[in-house]
Design a protein around this ligand. Structure first.
Ligand SMILES: [Zn+2]
Ligand SMILES: [Zn+2]
Length: 316
């Protein structure tokens, strides 16, 4: 990932694409209104971009036969709309597309679903993708695993994530578990919003940088938000304050002010004041509290708070 003025970013893209190995690479561009999305350039070797339990080194990620079938954004939209027409909530239920059963699977983290997701996708019951057990569970976890009881041979699994990479890894895992019909949204949600606009999407897209979340209009400004009904389910965490359950208008996360917790959560303004920027009463009384973030931004590196600015209870 790279951020910079469009002109330089595009020059970089051209340079990459000049190399035959990368000539057909999918390039994704997303705007920022607050300066650099990645203010500090760091070049580091990472053996794997996606962290999963057990590591990715044993997964046949480069084997084309293992990959899920990528669907272009318009194909994805057609599939979703066909599922919608089947008239049922199409996550756990069987939905029909050309006579086939389909399951829509959000393979991101639960907190990402909380600010936006495809209509009908269930909230992943994991706080972190690396711990996900979908499709891998034993008998006892069946209730929380949407893949536990499905017909591996005859169900189409439609997976999506932010940029498509997590799906590539997850599809390799599912393939090894015997799931036959795997589909991914090519380029992920960011590519979808850019091409199709907010059709069948509810809310914003969580992003892993200082911008936290982006509305669909950031990807396709000319798309007029179709009457995408804001469906708030009873007991759902979508667009809700984690603390009081009130409905939120701004879909931006914050980290718990307790440096030893750091939980990423959604909070209304009242609860930010009441809980002192923390995620719970317990954290509010924790010994190592950072200052309350005034707006929707991230904390800086933890060591900046370690020496000095930490507001431990004893000092207050
Ligand atoms: Zn609240
Ligand atoms: Zn906390």
């Amino acid at each position: 990932m790279h951020s910079g003025p469009t002109k330089y970013a595009m020059a970089y893209v051209d340079w990459i694409k000049d190399d035959d190995r990368f000539s057909d690479i999918l390039v994704q561009i997303s705007p920022t209104t607050t300066g650099h999305a990645f203010p500090r350039l760091r070049v580091r070797y990472k053996s794997s971009l996606v962290q999963v339990e057990g590591g990715t080194s044993d997964l046949p990620l480069l084997d084309p036969n293992v990959r899920a079938t990528p669907l272009a954004p318009f194909e994805w939209r057609e599939r979703l709309q066909a599922m919608n027409k089947a008239g049922k909530p199409f996550s756990q239920e069987d939905a029909l597309f050309l006579g086939r059963k389909s399951l829509l699977l959000d393979v991101r983290n639960g907190y990402e679903w909380d600010v936006g997701h495809f209509q009908g996708a269930e909230r992943p019951n994991v706080d972190s993708f690396r711990n996900t057990t979908f499709g891998l569970s034993g008998q006892e976890e069946v209730a929380s695993d949407p893949l536990a009881l499905i017909d591996k041979e005859n169900t189409d699994i439609l997976m999506y994530c932010t940029g498509g990479i997590r799906c590539d890894v997850f599809s390799a895992i599912l393939r090894q578990k015997g799931f036959r019909n795997l589909y991914t949204l090519s380029g992920g949600v960011s590519n979808y919003l850019k091409n199709e606009g907010p059709a069948d999407w509810v809310g914003n897209l969580f992003v892993f940088d200082s911008r936290l979340s982006l509305p669909p209009s950031a990807y396709k400004p000319e798309a007029i938000a179709e009457t995408s009904p804001k469906i708030i389910f009873e007991g759902s965490t979508f667009a809700r304050c984690y603390l009081c359950g009130s409905e939120l208008l701004v879909f931006r996360h914050r980290n718990c002010a307790n440096i030893d917790c750091n939980f990423l959560f959604l909070s209304c303004k009242t609860c930010v004041d009441k809980f002192r920027g923390c995620c719970s009463l317990e954290c509010k009384d924790a010994p190592r509290l950072r200052p309350v973030l005034p707006g929707h931004q991230r904390y800086q590196k933890w060591h900046l708070y370690r020496d000095g600015v930490l507001q431990s209870k004893s000092k207050v």
